[in-house]
Design a protein around this ligand. Sequence first.
Ligand code: AHG
Ligand code: MN
Ligand code: MN
Length: 339
Amino acid sequence: MLSIPPARPQFEEGTTLDRFLLETLRDHPEATGHFVTMINQVTLAAKLVSARVNRAGLAGMFGATGSMNIQGEYVQKMDVYANETFKRALEHAGVVCMIVSEEEEDIIPIPAPFIPGHYVFAMDPLDGSSNIDTNASIGTIFAVFRRQSTRGQGEPRDVLRCGRDMIAAGYIVYGAGTVLVLSTGQGVHAFTLDPSVGEFFLSHHDIRLKPETRSYSCNEAYSGTWDERLQTWLASTKDPAAGWSARYIGSLVGDFHRNLVKGGVFLYPPSKKSPSGKLRLLYEAFPLAFLAEQAGGAATDGHGPILDRTLASLHERTPLYIGNRATVTEITRLLSTTT
Ligand code: AHG
Ligand code: MN
Ligand code: MN
């Protein structure tokens, strides 16, 4: 008698990122070559930054450069290295028409003689830079749009877009291991770098945010100046019967990654210190909101979905509530009620 072999999973752990992209994007041949090239350049930069992060204490990469960025924050040596590395990796490949970076005030055009491509690449080259010297998780966050203009250098309208226009988003977390988390709108998948062979392999297929986990991440020291309704919600998590726990690294990418894998919610509300919120819409909130929704979660600014926002200026800030759908919805409902 013939026995029926068990169904093969569509993707096995250990599938390379390259193969995964080629197979999942098979139905979009017009985009595949350019998109895969762009992601390959992202992984090249990620490997370079990862290697430097691992050796930071030996390579003289701890500490600040002494200058401030346009957002009034001290620039760390690793911020500069990551920014330059991602720019260099992307600018010559003919796949992006512009880059926007947290570290640079203006749109970064593609310098001649390189050829501008189809995509807009927005990035926080090094997120969590206050944690570089502490060996805690840090990362690179990126959002990808398809350009609207048809030729030449990109224009502001290519990036001043609605969050729903994003075609892909992801981040690389440089933690105990280096992990690339990516979505092209078909679920969220994670690829772990095997440094011995220099390749990213699929390690988490179709990640779903666990709805039942009661874990929150926020800088609670600022909560005295938050909206009182949020303070009341936060106080309710202290009821031992409610079963909450708290985790905060102070590196958005590290906190988000933990919550994505284990379940949880991350909050960065407006405070007296940051009345519009601290996090940036384009290259922090947009890409992580894309990933959260793709993983079955939600992301809001306290009023409505982050992805429904349209970017008004490159470095615009936003409050952010992101993670498990039920908790994000509950907090948003609280903040939206008129008193
Ligand atoms: P960056 O290092 O890119 O400037 O981002 C820092 C952000 C983010 O990673 C983190 O969630 C937040 O700052 C932490 O802020 P607090 O120190 O105010 O908690
Ligand atoms: Mn950041
Ligand atoms: Mn940064």
